[in-house]
Design a protein. Structure first.
Length: 259
């Protein structure tokens, strides 16, 4: 009704810990759905010529990145858990996931080479590589759920650590390194700047939007996990009308030392 359209919606974001645990679940579901869809395409009789190389490359890229994050997850678990049974199983799964990584990369190089030479794709190789990633991901999820592993405080950063080794990407921000009265860091050698269109639209009736759900709360919870990595943050489209999302974002940023 028109009366309900004017009511102030409940737009409080979920807690950061709940958002991170849910993020892992979504990552598992997305990876599984992508591999399953690609494998269905590859089982078609004409897959060698009908499936574009770009689609295979996308599936392999996504699988490699997620498997790498799982390796990082198990490495953190091995640092935290002392139970011998859990550690033994975690080490086995980590080693199995690490073995899948070069297989996915080799398959990707083959796909790129075949596409560049206008050759048919090696379907059996792609099926074997993606199936290995799928099996590793399924085993990892079964282990995590069976042992009720808490993922609420585990941030997936393994990919960034491997692919962005520049010292400016990690460690304390410049403002954290400054001591009171120390002018030497007033002009840090590296200033980490982020500019980002966060697309935080004001709540509105569904018929006014071009999408059913743009996942504002989920995106916001994921975004604040990275605030401490930057010295200056410039956001676009962070609207504050009719919701508390922008106010919550500002409060979290202040806790990280941003002004």
């Amino acid at each position: 009704s028109l009366k309900r359209l004017g009511e102030r919606p409940d737009v409080r974001p979920e807690s950061e810990s709940a958002g991170m645990a849910r993020r892992w679940r979504l990552e598992f579901d997305t990876a599984s759905d992508l591999i399953e869809a690609t494998l269905r395409s590859l089982r078609h009789p004409e897959a060698a010529t009908a499936v574009p190389g770009s689609c295979l490359e996308h599936a392999l890229d996504h699988s490699w990145r997620f498997v790498l994050e799982l390796v990082g997850l198990f490495e953190r678990m091995l640092e935290s858990y002392s139970e011998s049974e859990i550690r033994t199983e975690a080490e086995r799964l980590r080693d199995g996931l690490e073995a899948v990584l070069p297989q996915l990369l080799e398959c990707k190089l083959t796909v790129q080479d075949n596409a560049a030479r206008s050759k048919m794709q090696d379907v059996p190789l792609a099926i074997d590589s993606l199936s290995a990633a799928q099996a590793g991901q399924a085993s990892a999820w079964k282990f995590l759920t069976k042992n009720a592993i808490d993922l609420s405080n585990v941030v997936p950063t393994k990919f960034a650590e491997e692919m962005l080794p520049h010292p400016a990407a990690f460690g304390p921000a410049a403002r954290d390194a400054c001591r009171e009265g120390d002018r030497s860091c007033a002009f840090p050698p590296v200033l980490r700047v982020l500019t980002y269109n966060i697309f935080l639209r004001a709540p509105a009736p569904q018929f006014t939007h071009n999408t059913d759900n743009d996942r504002k709360d989920e995106r916001l919870c994921r975004f604040v996990e990275h605030l401490a990595r930057y010295d200056l943050i410039c956001l676009q489209e962070a609207f504050g009308a009719f919701s508390q999302r922008r106010d919550w974002l500002v409060s979290v940023a202040k806790r990280f030392g941003l002004q």
